[in-house]
Write a protein that binds this ligand. Structure first.
Ligand code: PLP
Length: 405
């Protein structure tokens, strides 16, 4: 990987060299991905699957090749197990709707954790309301890790699905999802892993994890916006009813009734984002060329280094300090009297120095409530970040604090 592959990173913001530490929200794109989108529209754009003409066949092949690349990247056994979605959020809504339709009844229970993103909470709340089911929440221990003993006690014949984040988008903690899955499977319960924050930072392997469903978003993985995937084991996908109706998801439509297409098309109604899938495939190959284990090691090093440097500043609290993290960490700052410095003020003063971080509840309000703060300052790394940028961030934070104090 060359930092110069990412043209956006060369710019200045407020007269300072940009330091982009908001990768958990979205990552920047290498030139090959930007070029892939231009190439698609300037050389082979045509609607896919139904065309007999040349361009349509080229476009169809590119879209299906991308599915194969992504299936291989996540270790799916069969590319039919990869359904294209608009992103993690749509994948989770799709699962909540279809799984809920088929398998959830009054009094059934679904388990999530106390550190979920809203998109792994609200679709389940909506389902529970619809079906009069119950949403249960794995609590956190004092060190902010999942309380697995409490989780084990929650599993019962009423449990129908478990859905947890692989990596917390606030804390960066890597959850022990292997254990979560093993315990659920011991009770015959399927598990969905929200991989929005793991797939960009860690090698993920569906066979090793043995999860039943997995969701992630291309835009956090150096790919384009508006596309993601829902992985599901074939034996589960085959049992789920369709999500949206329309073109592509049907076999035949008559006034007397409709029959549905085979997997994966049954879940892909309408014209898919075939330019997005192609560009995502290019991004995935770029990540593979850089080496997923090297990306993980590099980001782990940046996280550890940032934590060390932050520990030297008075009044800084890093959440889940000392725990292994996947490229994300959250902090807050307290003044000499122990009063919280509002994260918004820190975010604004960092931005004025060219450092982009995210502040707020990060779409995980229940976790932020549990931390009893109005929000956090979140620093998140991508493969192109480096230690010298951490130094710039630390100096900028110190300057911000001296102004605020
Ligand atoms: N889940 C987690 C853990 C996330 O971090 C995010 C995005 O930040 C999402 C789900 C939602 O992803 P998207 O907005 O790409 O659908």
């Amino acid at each position: 990987m060359l930092r110069s592959d990412f043209p956006i990173l060369t710019q200045q913001v407020h007269g300072r060299q940009l330091v982009y530490f908001d990768n958990a929200a979205t990552s920047q794109k290498p030139q090959c991905v930007i070029d892939a989108i231009g190439e698609a529209y300037s050389t082979w754009n045509a609607n896919i699957h139904r065309g007999t003409h040349h361009l349509s066949q080229v476009a169809t092949a590119k879209h299906e090749q991308a599915r194969t690349i992504l299936a291989q990247m996540i270790g799916a056994k069969d590319s039919r197990e990869v359904l294209f979605t608009r992103g993690t959020t749509e994948g989770l809504n799709m699962l909540a709707f279809t799984f809920g339709q088929e398998f959830i009844n009054q009094g059934d229970e679904i388990i999530v954790s106390a550190m979920e993103h809203h998109s792994n909470i609200v679709p389940w709340q909506m389902l529970c309301e619809r079906k009069r089911a119950v949403l249960r929440v794995i609590p956190l221990r004092d060190d902010l890790t999942l309380d697995l003993q409490a989780y084990e006690r929650m599993l019962s014949p009423r449990t129908k699905l478990v859905s947890v984040a692989h990596v917390s988008n606030v804390l960066g903690i890597i959850n022990p999802v292997e254990e979560v899955i093993r315990l659920a499977h011991a009770h015959g319960v399927p598990v969905c892993i929200d991989g929005a924050q793991s797939a960009p930072h860690l090698p993920v392997d569906m066979q090793a994890l043995d999860c039943d469903f997995f969701v992630c978003s291309a835009h956090k993985m150096y790919g384009p916006t508006g596309i993601g995937l829902l992985y599901g084991k074939l034996q589960w996908l085959e049992q789920l009813p369709p999500y949206q109706g329309g073109g592509e998801m049907i076999e035949h439509v008559h006034w007397s009734g409709t029959t549905y297409n085979v997997l994966p098309y049954r879940f892909e109604a309408g014209t898919p984002d075939y330019v997005g899938s192609y560009a995502w495939g290019v991004a995935a190959q770029y990540m593979q060329r850089c080496g997923l284990p090297s990306i993980a090691d590099h980001e782990q090093d940046l996280t550890t280094y940032a934590e060390q440097q932050l520990s030297l500043i008075d009044g800084v609290r890093v959440y889940a300090a000392g725990l292994p993290k996947a490229g994300v960490l959250s902090l807050n700052v307290y003044d000499a009297r122990g009063k919280l410095v509002h994260p918004f003020d820190i975010g604004t003063l960092l931005d004025q120095q060219g450092v982009a971080v995210r502040i707020g509840h990060h779409c995980a309000e229940p976790l932020i409530d549990a931390l009893q703060v109005p929000g956090t300052v979140r620093v998140s790394f991508g493969m192109y970040n480096c230690r010298s940028e951490v130094d710039v961030f630390i100096a900028a934070l110190q300057r911000a604090l001296s102004m605020l104090r």
